[in-house]
Write a protein that binds this ligand. Sequence first.
Ligand SMILES: [Zn+2]
Ligand SMILES: [Zn+2]
Length: 238
Amino acid sequence: MIYIIINMIMINILEEILLPVRCAGCGRYLSRPICPECNAAMPVVRGNTCSRCGKPTMYPVDGCLQCGSNLRQIDHAVAMAVYEEPLRSIIHKLKYGNGWRLAAPLGAMAAVCLAPHLASPRPAITYVPMHRRRKRERGYDHAERLAAGVARALGLEVVPLLERTRPSPSQASLGYADRRSNVRGAFRQKAMERMPEEVVVVDDVLTTGSTMGECASVLKGGGARRVLACVLARDLLA
Ligand SMILES: [Zn+2]
Ligand SMILES: [Zn+2]
C-alpha cells in the first residue's frame, strides 16, 4: 500500500517536472491548468437567477419548476456558471482525471460569486462529502478540495460538517425520482459542539438538487439557521 502511494506521488512529481500542463478545458499544452481562452469562454451565470437553485431566469425568482421541492431547505443557491463546455470538461478532469489542482482556482472563482450573498462575516464552509471508501479509491474528495479553494479565497477554513452513511451509486446514472431515494438518509452530521448559524455547502454540479437538499435538511435539523449552496455549475438539462 505504502509502495503504491509513494509511486503515485513520484509519478505526480515527475509529471510536474517533465510534462508541460495541459489545459483541462481544451486539452492544449499551455503550462496552465485552465488557459486564458477557456477562462474567457466559461459559461458564467450573469443577471437574474432562481435564488433557490441558481438557474438563470428572466426575472429574479425564489423557487422555479426545475428546483421543485428538493431545495426547500436551501436559503440561497449560487452557481458560478452553467454546465456547458469548457467547464464540463474541466469538472470531469477535476473529478475523474486526478485534476485536484484545479480545485483551488475554481474554488476561488466560485468564492467571488458567493461573497455578495453571505449574511455573516464568518460562515462555515463545508461540502457534499464522498463516502470514505470512494475517497480512498479516488485518492481525494473533489468537493472537499473545492470547498478548501472557496474557503481560502474568503480567508476562512473548511469545516467538515457532514459524512456519508453509505456509498450510494452516482446520481448521474439515475432519473429524477430515483435520485431522491438514492440520497435519502445518505448523510449525517459529524459530531461537533455547536452547529454554525450560517453554512455554505460546496459541490461541483447542481442538477435536480436532491443531494444538496438532503445535506441542507441534515444541517438545518442540526441547528443551522441559514444554508447556502455554492456550486461550480448548474446543469440545466434536468
Ligand atoms: Zn483551454
Ligand atoms: Zn429554481
